[in-house]
Design a binder for this molecule. Structure first.
Ligand SMILES: Nc1nc2c(c(=O)[nH]1)N[C@H]1C(S)=C(S)[C@@H](COP(=O)(O)OP(=O)(O)OC[C@H]3O[C@@H](n4cnc5c(=O)[nH]c(N)nc54)[C@H](O)[C@@H]3O)O[C@H]1N2
Ligand SMILES: Nc1nc2c(c(=O)[nH]1)N[C@H]1C(S)=C(S)[C@@H](COP(=O)(O)OP(=O)(O)OC[C@H]3O[C@@H](n4cnc5c(=O)[nH]c(N)nc54)[C@H](O)[C@@H]3O)O[C@H]1N2
Ligand SMILES: [Mo]
Length: 770
């Protein structure tokens, strides 16, 4: 199917299913990059953007948070999906006042996420007044006044919710949290709550810092790399070049995933001759096709086998010196995993005993192990414990704070990690708030605020009246779509600072504002001249990003300027923060960051070095563990896994190859062989036979959730096509965000409160059978 123009919407009858592929990238990746870029931006802008993407004097890719290779960037330091992310942002299509005059909000609400996104860049500030059917233009100053008035009218600052997505620059994020805390609340949910919060919670308890401990050179030096719960071929394609380099250096790679994702099997690097004409590089040496939610059992089982291997040859497996010097809690951990029943592990994981023993042997042999993971581990009820178990394995082997070894949570949004560093968190530590207060002579609130799930509850229950989002698509990204939409509709005012049209603009409070902003690719000129922003990647490297495109509309404002102007309106002229000076010259913001944010000393100078600078990470740098015990903690967790009840399936909700979260780039999930549609559910042949369904059948997916009071709640999405697929029996997969209505708001991970998007209990009913 060729791609349709912006006016076409999805027609699911165009769906074509072909066998899924056994390799990622190759020549088609280059062709798709160019085709999508030219379609959206034309030839000139395509050349202007792709040559500067991820280059030292260019801009940081608005796609994923995978780092550039320090020192030796390649001429094309981007991937197919990075090119799509850029095309999507740098598109020449525009959504201006004429568009909103033509389409009522009610009509827009019937459109798919794909159609909404394809309309183009938001071009002017717009308001939806109470009772109105259409958005109308509004001046920037009037918009700021409207927000400030609504915020001040709240009974308490805690009646406001300020969301952040992960594309916001460090400078904008720092000022946004400063404005919010000056106003008086910590209600700062962010996309991270739905993403790597489980990694942050787990690692903070285990090693004292919630970030990864490795760099790209570490990965290239490792001799064993685990890639668990992650689909890098689609979501972090540049990681495949790193994995390929590691393989060339002799590393073994073990993939742990219910789906045999193409990028985990083989990579054909389109920038190398061998990748174009040759067979490419095999990525995974072992593929553990695990059952959904079985990872905790796997890691505990491996823990037991490693201890037994050490019994057989004492001192060869457990790094006794590291454990004695740097760790706490080993005895309790040891006692627990020795008692793990390996039959239960096999049942929970669906793996064979041979696979388990071979993996344990590889871990025991390895001198430099790295564990990488993403949403397959974090978005699970026991995600925090699972990540602690994988960390336990590394600690036992002393795989922390030495070259080629450590933990590697692979972040999502390009600056989600930086936003946290800059203070976007509902639970920022007091030391940070103290420094903020000292720098600006303000008094930040100390009571913790709401995360994403709590914010939805707060709005639903009438405890919040104003919702503001710095980017993202809260309506669609969050679980339990019906509950979230209802919650937002109860607000007096919803405000979206956005680049592109999405569903959060059409499911609104009684009054709604759209504030169009510059993106990463756009030139940002302020009173003090051309401005630069900075970002932090998944490996704690902080560097500059310089947009160079002429914005598609003169009405766009930078996120920094939006925050500063709103803050002045909201906080009044006598406020001690120099908002106007900050907008004029972002160096001034960075000067403040250097005094407030730990590790950012001398920020302006260091961020201008060729590859920027790396933030400190005590376990990585010095084998120091700033935990409560002052040591790396072996966590001891009761084994949990997710059995599939009879007649039911456990559903994971995941990304296709042609989307960025809620932004649908196109309808070609190429590697999985799904084209022309998105309403599909992948089910194993064994389950189809057992459930009496056939490939191609139309089904409703019904989720079942037992609430705290014992009642069973049902949620339903209709008319999904069954696709027979290679996934473990008892498991199924379908795309996010179409299946978000199925994820119960209260189904969250222990400790991190992350929605459990990868283990939804469902049954399938033939569509129309009710
Ligand atoms: N092109 C593109 N790039 C992106 C994004 C995008 O949407 N598009 N999103 C960005 C963001 S915000 C994020 S967070 C990342 C997401 O990156 P990923 O985490 O790779 O994204 P998902 O599509 O959710 O894929 C989850 C993977 O985990 C596997 N999995 C699911 N459940 C389990 C389980 O229980 N155990 C194991 N071992 N595996 C499991 C799935 O089969 C799938 O391969 O990507 C970022 N990059
Ligand atoms: N069921 C299910 N739900 C999930 C997930 C899942 O795997 N399954 N994944 C979760 C994860 S990992 C994440 S991170 C969240 C993502 O949640 P979000 O970050 O809220 O969602 P996005 O789809 O990335 O947001 C896209 C919108 O961001 C705006 N935007 C893009 N660039 C910029 C910019 O530079 N500035 C501003 N101001 N706006 C911009 C555009 O208007 C665009 O429409 O979703 C979560 N939800
Ligand atoms: Mo994410």
């Amino acid at each position: 199917m060729t791609r349709k123009g912006p006016d076409a919407d999805i027609d699911e009858s165009d769906l074509v299913i072909t066998p899924h592929m056994d390799h990622a990238a190759g020549v088609p990746a280059v062709l798709v990059s160019l085709q999508r870029s030219v379609e959206q931006m034309g030839v000139v802008r395509t050349a202007q953007t792709l040559t500067r993407l991820n280059q030292r004097h260019g801009f940081d890719c608005p796609g994923c948070a995978w780092p550039e290779t320090p020192g030796h960037r390649r001429p094309a330091e981007f991937c197919e999906n990075g090119a799509k992310a850029v095309a999507e942002e740098a598109t020449l299509r525009r959504v201006g006042p004429e568009f909103f005059a033509e389409h009522s909000v009610a009509e827009l609400a019937t459109k798919t996420d794909f159609w909404l996104g394809q309309q183009g860049r938001l071009a002017e500030p717009m308001v939806l007044r109470e009772g109105a059917t259409h958005y109308a233009p509004i001046g920037w100053n009037d918009a700021y006044r409207m927000i400030a008035d609504e915020l001040r009218a709240l009974p308490s600052p805690d009646g406001a919710v300020f969301y952040t997505s992960g594309r916001t620059s460090n400078e904008a994020a720092f000022l946004y949290q400063l404005m919010i805390r000056s106003f008086g609340t910590n209600n700062m949910p962010d996309c991270s709550n739905m993403c790597h919060e489980s990694s942050g919670s787990a690692l903070t308890e285990s090693i004292g810092i919630g970030k990864g401990s490795v760099t790209v050179p570490d990965l290239e030096f490792a001799d064993l790399i685990l890639v668990a719960g992650q689909n890098p071929g689609t979501n972090h394609p540049r990681m495949l070049s790193t994995l390929e380099a590691a393989k060339r250096n002799g590393a073994k790679i073990i993939a742990i995933n219910p789906l045999r994702e193409a990028g985990l099997l083989r990579f054909k690097d389109p920038q190398r001759v061998g990748g174009v004409v040759g067979r490419g590089t095999d990525i995974a040496d072992e593929f553990l096709q695990i059952r959904l939610g079985g990872d905790m059992a796997l890691f505990q089982g491996l823990g037991r086998l490693l201890l037994e291997a050490d019994d057989a040859a004492p001192g060869t497996v457990v790094d006794r010196e590291f454990v004695a010097r740097h760790c706490a809690g080993f005895d309790e951990y040891e006692e627990r995993v020795r008692a793990v029943d390996l039959d239960v592990v096999l049942e929970a994981t669906g793996l064979t005993s041979a696979q388990l023993h071979e993996t344990a042997a590889a871990l025991a042999r390895s001198e430099r192990t790295i564990a990488c993971w993403a949403m397959g581990l974090t978005q699970q009820t026991h995600g925090v414990a699972t990540i602690q178990e994988i960390t336990n394995l590394l600690l036992m082997r002393g795989m922390m704070g030495k070259p080629g070894a450590g933990v590697c949570p692979v972040r999502g949004h390009s600056n989600v990690q930086g936003d946290r560093t800059m203070g976007i968190w509902e639970r920022m530590p007091d030391a940070f708030l103290d420094a903020l207060d000292r720098e600006f002579s303000i008094t930040s609130p100390r009571a913790h605020g709401w995360d994403t799930v709590e914010a939805i509850r707060g709005m639903r229950d009438g405890r919040a009246g104003v919702f503001m989002a710095m980017g993202g698509n809260f309506t669609r990204a969050t679980p339990d779509t019906a509950a979230t939409e209802d919650a937002l509709r109860r607000c007096a005012l919803t405000v979206q600072v956005s680049t592109k049209l999405n569903r959060s603009h059409v499911v609104t409070g009684r009054t709604a504002l759209i504030l169009p902003t510059l993106g990463r690719t756009d030139k940002d000129i302020q009173a003090g001249g051309k401005q630069l922003v900075s970002v932090e990647d998944s490996m704690s490297m902080v560097h500059l990003s310089r947009g160079n495109l002429t914005p598609v509309s003169e009405h766009l404002r930078s996120e920094v300027s939006i925050v500063c102007d709103l803050a002045q309106e909201l906080l009044g002229p006598g406020h001690p923060v120099p908002w106007a000076a900050f907008t004029a010259d972002y160096d001034r913001i960075r000067d403040s960051i250097s005094r407030v944010v730990p590790g950012c000393e001398n920020y302006n100078e260091r961020v201008r070095r060729p590859d920027g600078f790396q933030l400190p990470h005590p376990p990585r740098d010095r084998r120091e563990f700033p935990t409560r015990t002052g040591k790396a903690n072996f966590a001891s967790n009761e084994l949990r896994w997710v059995p599939t009840p009879p007649g039911r399936l456990i559903l994971q909700t995941l990304r296709s190859h042609d989307q960025y979260n809620t932004t649908i780039y196109g309808l070609d999930d190429r590697y999985r062989g799904v084209k022309g549609g998105r309403r599909v559910i992948f089910v194993s042949a064994a389950d189809l036979a057992e459930l009496g369904l056939t490939d191609g059948a139309a089904v409703d997916i019904v989720s079942e959730w037992t609430a705290a009071d014992g009642t069973v709640e049902e949620r339903r999405v209709s008319d999904f096509r069954v696709v027979e697929y290679d996934t473990p029996k008892g498991n199924a997969a379908a795309y996010y965000p179409e299946t978000n209505p199925l994820v119960p708001l209260d189904h969250v991970a222990a400790k991190s409160n992350t929605p459990v998007s990868k283990a939804v209990l469902v049954r399938l009913e033939p569509t129309g059978s009710r």
